[in-house]
Design a protein around this ligand. Structure first.
Ligand code: ZN
Length: 128
């Protein structure tokens, strides 16, 4: 996974350095464009800092590579590709807000659970 992720980032941004023993790889920072590789991204899934990035010059930082893609205005295609690379465990999950739906019966329909004194209601109850 680490190699795929490294290649993904190398293709998207300029190629970064080989990750160190902790999985930190240095990249050119897309925020401040410093001439040296000052953006460090952690590429080791076993590290608690996995996916975190930080630029030592402009202090740009974030908790996931998805946020890096978002902040650098990358196409949704790359989000899908990153999801595939990271898999379910580290994949991006959107907050599942329940979809609000409002259903309404047509005005001339009267639900039978609401009692009514009309002859139609009584006839319908008798029919059932
Ligand atoms: Zn920077």
């Amino acid at each position: 996974m680490l190699l795929k992720l490294k290649k993904f980032l190398d293709d998207l941004y300029k190629p970064g350095d080989k990750p160190d023993s902790k999985g930190n790889a240095s990249y050119y920072c897309p925020f401040c464009n410093h001439h040296k590789k000052k953006l460090v991204i952690n590429l080791d899934p076993k590290n608690t800092n996995f996916q975190k990035y930080h630029c030592w010059v402009c202090n740009a930082k974030g908790g996931s590579i998805f946020s890096l893609l978002k902040r650098t205005n990358k196409n949704t295609f790359y989000f899908t590709e990153l999801k595939n690379i990271l898999g379910k465990k580290y994949g991006y999950t959107t907050t599942n807000k329940p979809i609000q739906t409002h259903l309404e019966l047509p005005k001339d329909i009267h639900p039978l659970h609401i009692s009514d004194n009309s002859p139609e209601y009584k006839a319908a109850r008798v029919y059932l």
